[in-house]
Design a protein around this ligand. Structure first.
Ligand SMILES: Cc1cc2nc3c(=O)[nH]c(=O)nc-3n(C[C@H](O)[C@H](O)[C@H](O)COP(=O)(O)O)c2cc1C
Length: 405
């Protein structure tokens, strides 16, 4: 079987030489295509010597003045003659170009002409990896059915510690040889009940009070859980977000409606993640008509809304319950207090006073405060990446809680 091995311009390009060899050891014929940037990191001669085959570099280098038609359309030939396209390292730039259909060099043009199996092994600096633009591009590429070999965590060439290191070339070769790289399905069999967004509590027919919340964190949690094989029920307050695919979405407006929807689905749930910013107060006797404006001062009498988290805490049994705490001060103290008083297994705490993260942002930075006494800081990352960490910890926590019983 023929593999087109695309090499992008990253520090890890030198590891592609080992990957080329590992693929050949597994019986593949390897045709290397390098981007111009990749040539800054490793010479085409290395791949030519290893594979014994011509290495393709420029889109137009094959088309000399005596070029025949067949050499002039070489990217189409490469696309047709290879059954698998493996790109390693897949740079942030290549992921963006593939996701959006840009075709300004041989590799990106070949990608567009290619109809076979695509395996992408990204490698880049942690911040580049966590950037919402990169994560959005990955989402597009995953939805297209491409297989992503997630980068490893560790010390990167730039000195940062985190995800971004090219997966081990031997492992990439094994995954290519084994067939489709299946996404992680470690939430299979779970029913995850998630709440997201704010609630709206009417003051009269046209006015309401609400909380600041875009719902992005809850929707990212739903997308992550469904991608990892869970059945997901998402109870959503009013937000401006598209419904995640494969998720059962129940739209509600008020805290009372949210409580009802949650209680209706509590029995089925094995994990509950309450990320919604539920209004704490409402006007129980809100008039059905519009209250006319006058010059007089007005005071409102508000009643507390039902405490949904506390009620689930009382009824949860052995379900895993995760709450959120958005605080402006004393973050850990408040998170621990909430963990105890609401009988949660974990609190995802964030300081909402920080610029650029939280509420409307695509990024967040949180601390996971767990029933086991552990406190795990999760550095600034896309909400989808944070969602991934939350589920990783929930799975670990369940095992730890079972082991201690
Ligand atoms: C020293 C150096 C190291 C780089 N390492 C990476 C990397 O590991 N991953 C990445 O996505 N981009 C990296 N870049 C940036 C890419 O080289 C740059 O985005 C380039 O346009 C990628 O081209 P390509 O995608 O066509 O290969 C690096 C740049 C330099 C100068």
């Amino acid at each position: 079987m023929n593999v087109a091995l695309g090499v992008g311009g990253g520090i890890a390009a030198y590891k592609s030489a080992e990957l080329a060899r590992a693929l050949m050891e597994r019986g593949f014929t390897v045709n290397v295509v390098m981007t111009a940037s990749a040539e800054e990191f490793i010479r085409p001669l290395t791949f030519a010597a290893l594979t014994g085959r011509k290495v393709i570099t420029g889109l137009f280098s094959a088309a000399s003045s005596e070029a025949t038609l067949s050499s002039a359309i070489e990217h189409i030939r490469v696309a047709q003659e290879n059954q698998i396209l493996v790109v390693a390292p897949a740079t942030a730039d290549l992921l963006a170009k593939f996701a959006h259909g840009l075709a300004d060099d041989f590799l990106t043009t070949t990608y567009l002409a290619f109809t076979g199996r695509v395996v992408l092994a990204p490698a880049m600096n942690t911040n580049m990896w966590n950037h919402p633009a990169t994560q959005e591009n990955l989402k597009i590429l995953r939805a297209r059915g491409h297989e992503i070999v997630e980068p490893d965590e560790g010390v990167l060439a730039c000195g940062m510690v985190g995800p971004g290191r090219l997966a081990d070339p031997q492992r990439i070769a094994e995954l290519v040889a084994a067939g489709k790289v299946e996404p992680r399905r470690d939430l299979e069999g779970e029913t995850v009940l998630i709440t997201a967004g704010p609630t709206q509590e009417p003051l009269d027919a046209v006015r309401y009070i609400t909380n600041r919340s875009s719902g992005k964190m809850g929707y990212a949690l739903a997308e992550e859980a469904v991608a990892r094989g869970a059945r997901v029920v998402l109870v959503s307050g009013p937000v401006n977000l598209a419904e995640p695919r494969g998720v059962e979405v129940i739209h509600v407006l008020t805290a009372i409606e949210m409580r009802q929807a949650v209680m209706d689905h509590l029995n089925d749930a094995t994990m509950i993640v309450k990320s919604a910013a539920v209004a704490d107060y409402h006007r129980a006797d809100a008039p059905k008509h519009k209250v006319k404006k006058t010059a007089a001062r007005m005071s409102l009498e508000l009643d507390p809304t039902p405490d949904i988290l506390a009620e689930i805490g009382r009824k949860k049994g052995d379900r895993l319950l995760v709450g959120f705490a958005a605080e402006t001060e004393n973050l850990l103290e408040e998170a621990r207090r909430k963990l105890e008083s609401k009988n949660c297994d974990m609190i995802v705490a964030n300081l909402v006073s920080q610029e650029g993260i939280g509420f409307d942002s695509d990024e967040n930075e949180v601390v996971l405060v767990e029933r086991t006494g552990e406190t795990i800081p999760v550095r600034r990352a896309s909400k989808r990446a944070i969602a991934g960490r939350i589920f990783d910890e929930m799975i670990r926590l369940r095992l730890a809680l079972h082991a201690s019983q």
